[in-house]
Design a binder for this molecule. Structure first.
Ligand SMILES: Nc1ncnc2c1ncn2[C@@H]1O[C@H](COP(=O)(O)OP(=O)(O)OP(=O)(O)O)[C@@H](O)[C@H]1O
Length: 735
C-alpha cells in the first residue's frame, strides 16, 4: 500500500503532509479504541463461556434419562456454548484486522452525518453500541457501490435511502497495526485489487470481503425471492460470489431462511470441499453441500439405491480418447439433458395416472354418487399432488359421499361403517408400492413403441435405436444423473413424501455442465425454493448433455420477467498473458462467447514446449515444477485429458517429484498444497499457481467446439504460470 501512496505523496505539499499526519494519528487512535473494545469482548465472552461450561457439566453429571427437561437444558447449554465459540472466533479474528473500510456520509432526508467503519464482522461495545459495521449490513453496500457524492443504498425490504457520500477509505491493517490507508478518489480500485491477486494460492477459496467489486456486490445483495442466474467468464468470481451471497442472505433474512435449508450443489467432492472451506470465514455454518448425484440420491432416499441395485455411474472422462463416440451416443446425451426428455416423462406420467385412477361415474344404490366430471375436475384441480395423495383424497371424498347417502337413509352406525369400509380403497390403495425403475423402463418402452405420438405433440424424441441404447445401458447397470433425475421425477409424481421439503435455496456451481432438464426438475420438486445459478457456457465440459447457451433455461424454465440474469466479464484469476492465450482458443470456435476482460496483472508468457517422446516431456515437467517450487508457488497442477492418462503420468512423475494423492480413485482426491496430477474434469472450479497442460496433441483435442471448451477450462486454471508440454502435432486449437 505504501507503494500505492508514493505517487500521491510526491505531489503533496508539506501542509498536506501535515494534514495526513494529523489524520493518520486520528486513525491510529480509532484503531486502538476498537482493539481495546474487542479485547474486552473476548475477556467477557471467555468468562461467560467458562460459566456456561461449568453449568452444562454439572447438568451432564446429574443427568437422568427420565427427565426431558434436563435433556433440553443440556442441549440448550451446548447450543449457547457453540454460539459463544463463534463470537469468540469472530472477535479474535477481528483483533488482528478489525476493519478494512470506512464511509462518511450524510443521510439526506434526516440530515444526519455518519462515519462508519466496516469490517468482516460487526463488533459492538457492551453488546449495544456499534463500533464496526458488518460488511453484510445494508448500509455497507455504499462502500462497494458508491462513488463520492450523491447516491443511495437499499434496505432488505427494498426501500432506498438517499445519501451524500463524503469519504470512502480503505485500510491496510496487519496484526492490529495500521500499515496505511488510502481514499477512493486517490488510488484506483484496480491497483488495490492487483496487489491482492498476485498472492500465492491456498487450498481453500479465499473470502474477498474487502475487495468485492461493484458488479459482484450487486449479485451478492440481490434478494432471495427470485432466482439469480450468472454467466461469468472463467475466474470472474462466480463461486466466490455465490458463497458470499449465502452469507449475505443468512445474515439479512435470518427469520426467513435457516442454514440447513440451503443446498450447495457442485460437480465433485473435491470442488465442494474447496469452495465450502471459505464458509466459516463468512460466518456460515450448517449449510448442506453435495454433488448433483448425491443430492438426487438423497431425494430418492430408500426408493432407489444405486448400491443396492449394483448400478455404476458412467463417466465419459475415464478412458483415453481412441475414437469418436457414436452418433446415437451423442444424440442420447443431448436428449437426456433436454427439456423434451422430462416433458415426455410428464406426459407419460399423466397417462400412467389415468390408468391407475379410474375417472368414471361411481354408482351407489342405483344413483351416481361421484360423477366422472367431478372426478376429472378434482384431478385437474389437484394436478400437482402425487398419485398416492390423489388416491387418498378421492377415497376419502367417496367415503364421505357414501356416508352421507346412508345417513340420509338413517341407517345404523355399524351398517354405515361397513358400507364406507367397502369403498375405502375404491380408487386404489394409497400404500401401494411402485418400483421407480420399472416405471422408468415402462416410459422408455412407451417412447420406443409410441414415439410418433410424442412427436405429434411437439416433442423432439430421437429414434428408437437411441432409446434402445439407453435401455441397454440400464440393463447393464450403467446409470447417470439424468436417470436419477427421471427417477426423482417419477417419485415426486407418485409418492406422498416429505423428502422434498426443507429445500429453500439451492446454489448450483458450474451449472452449464448440467442439462436444462435438471433445472426443470427442481422447479417441479420444490415449490418454495429459489436458486443462485452460476455458470459459464464456455466451460461446458459435457458438451452434449450440458448447456451451450442459457436461452432455454432463461426463457422456458426460469421466469424472464421476474428472475435476474447477470454477466460477469472481468477475470480476476489469470494474468493478462494467460487470459489472452485462453481467448485465442475461443476465437477458433463457432459458438458465441462472452468477452473476457482481465484485471491488468502481468506475468510470464505462456511457454509451449515440444518434447521428442514421453521421457523428454517428463524431464521438462520436472524442471518446470522444480523451478515453480523454487519460485514459492505452492499449488501446481499437471492437467491431463482422461483419468487413464492421469494415472499413467502420475506414475511417470512419481520417481522425481512428490505427488499429492497417488491413489487411483478420483472420488477420494482432495485439493492439497504441492503437485497434483488431475484430469480436466476434476480441475473444474479450482485454481493453481502454476499449470502444466499435458500433451494437448491433435488426437486428444480436435478442432471442435467441444474440445475447445475442455482446453479453455484447463488453461484458465492457472493463476501465474501456464506451460504447454506436447509431442507430435499440437492441437489446432492452440496454434
Ligand atoms: N473481488 C475480488 N477480489 C479479489 N479476488 C477476487 C475477486 N473476485 C474474484 N477473485 C478471485 O478470483 C479467483 C477466481 O474466483 P472464482 O473461483 O470464484 O471464479 P469463477 O468465476 O468461479 O471461476 P471458474 O469459472 O473458473 O470456476 C479467486 O482466486 C478469487 O479469490
Amino acid at each position: 500500500m505504501q507503494e500505492l501512496r508514493k505517487t500521491e505523496k510526491q505531489t503533496d505539499t508539506s501542509s498536506e503532509e501535515m494534514d495526513y499526519d494529523i489524520e493518520r494519528k486520528k486513525e491510529e487512535e480509532q484503531l486502538e479504541k476498537c482493539i481495546t473494545v474487542i479485547k474486552q469482548n473476548i475477556e467477557d465472552y471467555l468468562e461467560k463461556y467458562k460459566e456456561l461450561s461449568a453449568e452444562t457439566k454439572e447438568l451432564y453429571d446429574t443427568y437422568r434419562e427420565d427427565s426431558p427437561q434436563m435433556y433440553n437444558n443440556i442441549m440448550s447449554g451446548f447450543d449457547q456454548r457453540s454460539m459463544i465459540e463463534r463470537i469468540l472466533y469472530k472477535n479474535r479474528r477481528a483483533l488482528k484486522k478489525p476493519y478494512f473500510g470506512r464511509i462518511d456520509y450524510k443521510e439526506i432526508e434526516e440530515n444526519d452525518n455518519f462515519s462508519l467503519y466496516i469490517g468482516k464482522n460487526g463488533i459492538r461495545k457492551n453488546t449495544s453500541e456499534s463500533m464496526i459495521v458488518d460488511w453484510r449490513a445494508p448500509v455497507a453496500s455504499v462502500y462497494y457501490d458508491s462513488e463520492i457524492g450523491k447516491s443511495s443504498y437499499l434496505t432488505p425490504s427494498g426501500e432506498a435511502i438517499d445519501i451524500d457520500l463524503k469519504l470512502k477509505r480503505t485500510y491496510e491493517i496487519s496484526e492490529s497495526k495500521l500499515i496505511d490507508y488510502y481514499d477512493a478518489n486517490i488510488v484506483s480500485n484496480d491497483e488495490f485489487l492487483t496487489k491482492h491477486l498476485s498472492k500465492s494460492k491456498e487450498v481453500v477459496l479465499d473470502e474477498i470481503i474487502a475487495t468485492i467489486q461493484k458488479e459482484q456486490n450487486e449479485i451478492i445483495r440481490d434478494n432471495p425471492w427470485h432466482n439469480v442466474l450468472v454467466q461469468g467468464v472463467a475466474g470472474s468470481g462466480k463461486t466466490t460470489v455465490a458463497m458470499h451471497r449465502i452469507s449475505y442472505i443468512l445474515y439479512n433474512f435470518k427469520e426467513k431462511f435457516r442454514p440447513d435449508e440451503f443446498f450447495i450443489i457442485g460437480s465433485n467432492k473435491m470442488l465442494l470441499n474447496y469452495i465450502t472451506g471459505v464458509l466459516p470465514n463468512l460466518d456460515v455454518y450448517n449449510v448442506n453441500q453435495m454433488t448433483m448425484e448425491d443430492f438426487l440420491l438423497l431425494l430418492l432416499d430408500k426408493d432407489f439405491q444405486v448400491t443396492k441395485g449394483k448400478y455404476q455411474f458412467s463417466n465419459s472422462f475415464t478412458k483415453r480418447r481412441t475414437e469418436s463416440q457414436s452418433k446415437e451416443e451423442s444424440e442420447l446425451k443431448r436428449f437426456k439433458g433436454s427439456l423434451d426428455f422430462i416433458k415426455a416423462l410428464d406426459a407419460y406420467m399423466r397417462q400412467f395416472e389415468m390408468s391407475v385412477i379410474l375417472s368414471e361415474d361411481v354408482s351407489y344404490e342405483n344413483s351416481i354418487v361421484y360423477s366422472k366430471e367431478e372426478i376429472q375436475y378434482f384431478l385437474n384441480f389437484f394436478q400437482d399432488k402425487p398419485l398416492q395423495e390423489k388416491v387418498d383424497l378421492l377415497n376419502k371424498k367417496l367415503a364421505y359421499k357414501i356416508k352421507s347417502v346412508n345417513e340420509e337413509k338413517e341407517k345404523r352406525k355399524e351398517e354405515i361403517a361397513r358400507e364406507v369400509n367397502r369403498y375405502k380403497n375404491y380408487f386404489g390403495n394409497r400404500h401401494k408400492k411402485y418400483n421407480l425403475m420399472e416405471c422408468y423402463l415402462g416410459f422408455l418402452e412407451d417412447l420406443i413403441q409410441s414415439g410418433e405420438q410424442y412427436r405429434e405433440n411437439g416433442l423432439r424424441i430421437p429414434t428408437s435405436e437411441v432409446i434402445e441404447l439407453l435401455v441397454k445401458k440400464l440393463s447393464a447397470r450403467e446409470i447417470d444423473l439424468y436417470d436419477l433425475a427421471m427417477l426423482t421425477f417419477i417419485k415426486r409424481r407418485i409418492k406422498w413424501t416429505r423428502d422434498f421439503e426443507y429445500v429453500r435455496h439451492i446454489v448450483i456451481d458450474e451449472a452449464q455442465d448440467f442439462g436444462v432438464m435438471i433445472f426443470a426438475l427442481f422447479q417441479h420438486l420444490f415449490h418454495t425454493c429459489s436458486y443462485t445459478i452460476m455458470g459459464d457456457i464456455t466451460q461446458n465440459i459435457n458438451y452434449d448433455s450440458g448447456m451451450n447457451d442459457w436461452e432455454t433455461l432463461k426463457n422456458e424454465v426460469l421466469n424472464p420477467d421476474k428472475d435476474k440474469f447477470y454477466v460477469l466479464a472481468k477475470s480476476y484469476r489469470n494474468t493478462v498473458e494467460i487470459s489472452n492465450y485462453a481467448s485465442r482458443i475461443l476465437k477458433k470456435c463457432s459458438f458465441t462467447t462472452y468477452d473476457i476482460e482481465p484485471v491488468i496483472r502481468h506475468g510470464k508468457e505462456v511457454s509451449v514446449i515440444e518434447g521428442r517422446g514421453r521421457e523428454e516431456l517428463v524431464s521438462h515437467a520436472v524442471d518446470i515444477i522444480t523451478a515453480a517450487q523454487a519460485n514459492g508457488y505452492d499449488t501446481i497442477a499437471v492437467i491431463c485429458r482422461s483419468v487413464e492418462e492421469t494415472l499413467q503420468i502420475k506414475e511417470l512423475l512419481k520417481p522425481y517429484i512428490t505427488i499429492q494423492h497417488v491413489e487411483d480413485d478420483m472420488e477420494n482426491v482432495t485439493f492439497a498444497t504441492g503437485v497434483m496430477v488431475l484430469p480436466i474434469y476434476m480441475t473444474k472450479g479450482l485454481e493453481f499457481d502454476a499449470v502444466i497442460l499435458w500433451n494437448p496433441d491433435e488426437l486428444s483435442y480436435r478442432t471442435t467446439d467441444e474440445d475447445a471448451k475442455l482446453l479453455y477450462v484447463a488453461v484458465t486454471r492457472a493463476l501465474h504460470e501456464l506451460h504447454i508440454l506436447y509431442q507430435g502435432k499440437l492441437s489446432g486449437l492452440l496454434l
